[in-house]
Design a protein around this ligand. Sequence first.
Ligand SMILES: [Zn+2]
Length: 183
Amino acid sequence: MEIKNIAKGGRIRPIIRMGNPLLTKISDDIEPESKETMSIIKDMAATIIDIGQIAGLAAPQIGYLKKIIYYQVVASRGDSYNPEGVKPVFLINPTYKSAGAEKIVKWEACLSIPGLTAKVERFLSIHLKATGWDGKSFYDIDKIIHGYEARVLQHEIDHLQGILYVLKRISPSSLSYIEALET
Ligand SMILES: [Zn+2]
């Protein structure tokens, strides 16, 4: 299902920025097949459409301390973002563990920290467990995910633990304005 259909009845919510204590709190589990879950997902979808193309969003970023994240499935394999052929997926109560010792360092950014970026070390591969929702049905997810997709998931699931990527940056001095790096 397309995200615009999911967003019907949802409200565009402001993105909460770093400094707001909500972003440092641990979110609660939520019953997947519930009115509350659907209501939050609709608001997330409406907000995502309003923002435009994004890799992911966590419910606390729009003020709900519940374990729901959105991310876009990358259609092609590999580590680069491919805007073609992406499929929106909502995950309820997601958790991850490392699946292998290998870690990689890449630049990350976050809607809650606009304009900034920093280098963050993440697991190359993770073991993801969650309840998925694709706009039609709920399904159990228990699988190994690699590369870019694994990085987005680690970033978003960290939000549910009250952790922003800047706390995980590899060195204090890697925090930069995106604009300054591009000049
Ligand atoms: Zn973020």
